[in-house]
Design a protein around this ligand. Structure first.
Ligand SMILES: CC(=O)N[C@H]1[C@@H](OP(=O)(O)OP(=O)(O)OC[C@H]2O[C@@H](n3ccc(=O)[nH]c3=O)[C@H](O)[C@@H]2O)O[C@H](CO)[C@@H](O)[C@@H]1O[C@H](C)C(=O)N[C@@H](C)C(=O)N[C@H](CCC(=O)O)C(=O)O
Ligand SMILES: Nc1ncnc2c1ncn2[C@@H]1O[C@H](COP(=O)(O)OP(=O)(O)OP(=O)(O)O)[C@@H](O)[C@H]1O
Ligand SMILES: N[C@H](CCC[C@H](N)C(=O)O)C(=O)O
Ligand SMILES: [Mg+2]
Length: 488
């Protein structure tokens, strides 16, 4: 078992009360999970201040407290450690507690507004196909080889993150691919991790409820690259306006990919249809099963990262050409009778929605209608609501605005905020139906043979979250059932 002294290695400490010889059984940033002999790390959060739960943690048996403010009354037999940043300390302590697993494998982080799950999942599948033992930390799920561990966050908190990495090391994983969300960077969930590489996909408006301004959101994403070591690579998308800025201050080896300009990894789309993409990648012609221009970017990022990790270029392209995308990302079905195409996609930002609709437009053969069902999440960025409705109506023939995880908010009010973004001349194209199942039913009833129905925003999610309760809901399954029921 480790002592407090062991796990405080490299933590910037201001003051200690008590003995650091105390042994520590387990760690938590949540007082509710504290048991006898554990260390509790008090973090100031968005909703609460962890320091308010120090006493509770001690009542539950905490042997050590790591905090930014010393409590006035100190309990006997408990060691208190005052640090500058509890959140940063949590990352370093978790690393020490789990024997710094990120140093024992090659960890690659993916950041950006859209494409993280797709890129991380493709890298995991590619390296597994190349016969490596791999780990994955993603929005859809975490994976240790074939074993699936459900994900609660895109990037777990520092303690769960290091615990998962340690399990991956124990299972013999050599490579781990993880999503690095902007929340995770800002909350120091990745503090103390050693990365072998970092990938930037793109940045567009999202999460401004949390980061407040777009500049601050950019700064937070950039901080991930600023923190990479010299031994790592930093791979950026040159076609994104902020692609260069991201790498401005990194010590890592700068690398780039692009469809439009000279780059280390250069692609060109030759064909883009429902059977996939035909591209040249650094002059080599390849067919991929993934659909849409945005996936051409994701594929280039994956190809670049795999090459930088030392894999053979031809083997990588061969293995990549056979891979399909992550669940709920341009996931499509065709109905039995009317050959209606149903597409389920996780587009939950204006940019992602625009990309998906542009891709669909490219796939249209004739006068098929595009019918879009879309909503916006509650307790999330409100600025994107009117914009997403505007994008949907501009690029679809019919739009049904509906609910997408209203959480603590009134679903009708969210839909009204979306409606406000639709220009008057487009209003007749849109309908609002709060119940998502009814909305999908209406889309199906409006569809003629060969029309395309896009159900956006929830992708792989299997629930609809209303007032803290997650009700089972699966867009793809609901769509499939309704198409069958209506005999379409
Ligand atoms: C806004 C946000 O990011 N919130 C995260 C944050 O919570 P918070 O700051 O609200 O925490 P808090 O409730 O204020 O509590 C502060 C501290 O007191 C502790 N506490 C609290 C109560 C108690 O009784 N005892 C106790 O010890 C808490 O454990 C915490 O350490 O820290 C928590 C612990 O790490 C996270 O679980 C929580 O994620 C919430 C659930 C969440 O919804 N996060 C989303 C927005 C998020 O992180 N999303 C990104 C991805 C987005 C994307 O992919 O685009 C992600 O990486 O998943
Ligand atoms: N490279 C890309 N550029 C723009 N849009 C993309 C890109 N890749 C995927 N998308 C769109 O964004 C949606 C989300 O993709 P993905 O899940 O890969 O991103 P993410 O960054 O992991 O999102 P989240 O932050 O919610 O976890 C997809 O369903 C697709 O519509
Ligand atoms: N990772 C994103 C996912 C949004 C998905 C959408 N379905 C919603 O619930 O808003 C978030 O937590 O903001
Ligand atoms: Mg994701």
């Amino acid at each position: 078992m480790k002592t407090l002294r062991d796990i405080l290695y490299n933590v910037s400490i201001r003051e200690v009360h008590g003995s650091t010889d105390t042994t520590v059984k387990s760690l938590s940033i949540d007082s509710r999970a504290i048991g006898q002999g554990d260390a509790f790390i008090a973090i100031k959060g968005v909703h609460a201040d962890g320091h308010l739960f120090i006493e509770k943690a001690i009542t539950q048996g905490a042997a050590a407290i790591i905090c930014e403010e010393m409590p006035q009354n100190l309990a006997n037999g408990v060691t208190y450690v005052l640090v500058n940043s509890s959140a940063t300390a949590a990352g370093i302590i978790a690393g020490n507690f789990y024997d710094n697993p990120s140093h024992k494998l090659r960890l690659v982080g993916v950041t950006g507004t859209n494409g993280k799950t797709t890129i991380a999942t493709l890298l995991f599948r590619l390296f597994s196909k190349l016969r490596y033992h791999c780990g994955l930390l993603s929005t859809v799920q975490n994976q240790i080889g074939d074993k699936v561990v459900p994900a609660t966050h895109t990037t777990p908190d520092a303690i769960h993150l290091n615990a998962l990495l340690a399990e991956m090391v124990d299972e013999g994983c050599e490579y781990v691919f993880m999503e690095v969300s902007s929340h995770a960077v800002h909350q120091q969930r990745i503090a103390g991790l050693k990365f072998a590489g970092g990938i930037f996909s793109n940045i567009t408006h999202d999460h401004l409820d949390y980061h407040k301004t777009f500049d601050e959101y950019i700064r937070v994403k950039k901080a991930f690259f600023d923190g990479l070591p010299q031994t790592a690579f930093a791979l950026t998308n040159l076609d994104d306006k902020r692609g260069n800025v991201m790498l401005q201050n990194t010590r890592a080896k700068k690398q780039s990919y692009s469809l439009k300009t000279v780059a280390d990894f250069k692609g060109k789309i030759l064909e883009n249809n429902l059977t996939g993409l035909v591209m040249t990648v650094n002059e080599k012609e390849v067919h991929f099963r993934l659909i849409g221009e945005f996936n051409a970017y994701n594929l280039l990022a994956v190809y670049g990262a795999a090459t930088l990790l030392g894999q053979d270029k031809d083997e990588v392209l061969q293995a990549l050409s056979d891979l399909s995308g992550a669940e709920g990302r341009f996931d499509y079905i065709t109905s039995a009778n009317d050959r209606i195409i149903g597409i389920v996609d996780y587009a939950h930002t204006p940019d992602a929605l625009l990309n998906v609709l542009a891709t669909i437009k490219n796939l249209r053969k004739g006068n098929e209608q595009v019918i879009t069902v879309v909503g916006c999440g509650g307790d999330r960025d409100t600025a994107k609501r009117p914009v997403m409705a505007a994008v949907a109506t501009e690029h679809s023939d019919k739009v049904i605005l509906t609910s997408d995880n209203p959480r603590s908010e009134d679903p009708v009010a969210i839909i009204q905020q979306m409606e406000a973004g639709i220009p008057v001349h487009q209003k007749k194209k849109s309908l609002s139906i709060t119940d998502r199942k009814e909305a999908i039913k209406t889309a199906v009833s409006l569809a003629n043979p060969e029309d395309i129905i896009l159900i956006a925003g929830k992708g792989h999610e299997k629930y609809q979250e209303v007032q803290g309760v997650k009700h089972p809901f699966d867009d793809k399954q609901v769509l499939r059932e309704i198409l069958e029921l209506m005999g379409k």
